[in-house]
Unconditional design. Structure first.
Length: 169
């Protein structure tokens, strides 16, 4: 019988990246700042006439473009919460409705997701970031993959234009 070898440690992806921290309920998430075009309040959201997807309940008209607004709480399968801030994403025609915007932080490492993240969660998040707090404590937050907020199939269900990967809007 061979002794068990410890699992090799997964090293973080090292790079410095600006992140916007936002919250839904008691959970804090991060998203790359360069994935966000604009942060605004939820004024001007129009209810979607035919709700084909539970997580998309609103449209937003901005600068001649129509955005499908994904409710972050619904997308991440959390309890319903009132949300009042919208992150308009750079690529595609997607915006994200969140409860609050916390702040912007520079993150120096994104760690691989542990095995406890399964199924859809593995696509939703790029990894985990350790965010240093003002009091010396560290908060570990999931880093959202913005390309997974509205899949091509979901966009097709909504009648949205297909999103071109790597093309800035």
């Amino acid at each position: 019988m061979r002794p068990l070898r410890p699992e090799p440690k997964k090293s973080p992806v090292r790079h410095s990246e600006a992140m916007i921290l936002f919250g839904v309920g008691d959970v804090t998430f991060a998203i790359a700042a360069n994935a966000v075009e604009e942060i605004r309040n939820a004024d001007g959201l129009r209810p979607l006439a035919q709700r084909k997807l539970a997580k998309v309940r609103h449209l937003l008209e901005r600068a001649g473009r129509t955005y499908y607004v994904v409710d972050a709480g619904c997308h991440f399968r959390m309890l319903p919460m009132p949300a009042n801030r919208v992150l308009i994403l750079r690529r595609g025609n997607v915006a994200l409705l969140v409860q609050r915007i916390d702040l912007m932080k520079e993150v120096s490492a994104i760690y691989a997701l542990p095995g406890a993240f399964r199924g859809e969660e593995r696509r939703w998040f790029r990894g985990l970031a350790a965010i240093p707090g003002a009091g010396g404590e560290t908060e570990v937050v999931p880093v959202v993959n913005p390309d997974t907020l509205l899949s091509e199939d979901e966009a097709g269900m909504l009648g949205a234009l297909p999103r071109a990967k790597g093309v800035s809007a």
